[in-house]
Design a protein around this ligand. Structure first.
Ligand SMILES: [Zn+2]
Length: 356
């Protein structure tokens, strides 16, 4: 390198820097889309499930019984100019509804069979309508609960994905040496009592997640409602839960509900589930927010108590106008409600009272 000369001008660096475009600042809102003027809209952005504009066009034409169909060009023009607030959600990794997938595949396969395809689109639309009607039942009871009219309480309960609550969490555990470390995964169950409070229960990885634990949590919810001067005996309790038979969709929980009604603790009690694959609701939105918060602010947590403090911080700033109360609990244990003779006695009494 004795003869090496230092070049004054680096041609390689100059070529690279010439390709980088200078930053222009924030972009202006789009006014035109392929010569169609986009009308200004102040509507809130709403997200549709992952899909394509074409699916909605097909469904609309099927619903226009007897009337001439609308061309896709016209549909596209109206959507692009007046419905700019509708966006499609990105494809997610979650399992999708079996029936939706089946209909979508058949519609694709029947591309050269006009009548069969039309029939499939009709059946698919009916399925979508049916799941929407289910959802409206939940929204109706949620609305009644938020009004606090003294007759209805609506509760939604679900558990979070366990992969997000593993401990210990620190920068150290990201090391390659510790990548095979088996981390205990805490259970996090959230309950939204609409119009009253949000409660999150954290339990250790070795505590089972069965119907006894769920009954324990629901009993605690009822106790808290009573403490807040809510007269439970005059209320109808609507419980919205997941589809898994391990937690609430089972005999012990039904017995508990019967016992609560039979003993006069509650006026009525009902259990509702949305159909599998269409069960995404407001509680999953809370979990989504919490997962983002844990990824950014909860990177240091050694024990379940540390994790609880992070969840507490998340809930304090979480915006939910109707639920003022925020509760984070550590669940240490649960009674065995499945074998409790008291509950069995109650059930016997109810059966006797019914005259069977
Ligand atoms: Zn479906």
């Amino acid at each position: 390198m004795m003869q090496a000369t230092s070049e004054q001008h680096d041609e390689y660096a100059a070529a690279i820097s010439s390709q980088i475009k200078p930053h222009k600042g924030p972009s202006k809102p789009r006014m035109f889309k392929r010569s169609i003027k986009i009308l200004p809209s102040k509507a809130e952005v709403r997200y549709l499930p992952p899909g394509h504009m074409r699916d909605y066009w097909l469904q609309m034409n099927v619903l226009r019984d007897g009337q001439p169909p609308i061309s896709f060009a016209q549909f596209w023009r109206v959507w692009s100019s007046e419905f700019t607030h509708l966006k499609f959600r990105q494809e997610s990794q979650h399992a999708q509804c079996n029936e939706c997938i089946r209909h979508k595949m058949l519609i694709k396969e029947f591309s050269s069979h006009l009548l069969a395809r039309r029939e499939q689109v009709r059946l698919y639309t009916e399925h979508l309508k049916a799941q929407y009607v289910d959802r409206r039942c939940y929204w109706a009871s949620r609305g009644l609960s938020r009004m606090k009219n003294g007759a209805h309480i609506c509760v939604i309960i679900d558990s979070m994905d366990q992969g997000k609550t593993s401990i210990p969490r620190s920068d150290l555990t990201r090391a390659k040496d510790l990548s095979t470390l088996q981390k205990p995964k805490c259970h996090l169950t959230a309950v939204i009592v609409h119009g009253w409070f949000i409660m999150m229960c954290l339990s250790d990885a070795d505590l089972p997640k069965n119907s006894s634990v769920m009954i324990e949590i629901m009993c605690h919810v009822l106790s808290r409602l009573q403490q807040q001067s809510c007269c439970l005996a005059q209320h109808h309790l609507h419980i919205q839960c997941d589809n898994t038979p391990r937690e609430m969709k089972n005999n012990p929980f039904m017995k508990w509900m019967a016992a609560m009604t039979g003993q006069g603790v509650l006026r009525e009690c009902s259990l509702q589930q949305l159909r599998s694959g269409h069960s995404h609701e407001d509680i999953d939105q809370v979990f989504g927010g919490l997962a983002t918060f844990l990824a950014s602010k909860g990177r240091q947590a050694q024990t379940p108590d540390d994790l609880m403090a992070v969840i507490q911080n998340f809930l304090q700033d979480y915006k939910r106008p109707y639920e003022a109360g925020r509760v984070v609990l550590k669940l240490d244990g649960a009674r065995d409600w499945c074998l409790g003779d008291r509950m069995l006695k109650c059930c016997c009494l109810i059966v006797y009272a019914c005259g069977h």
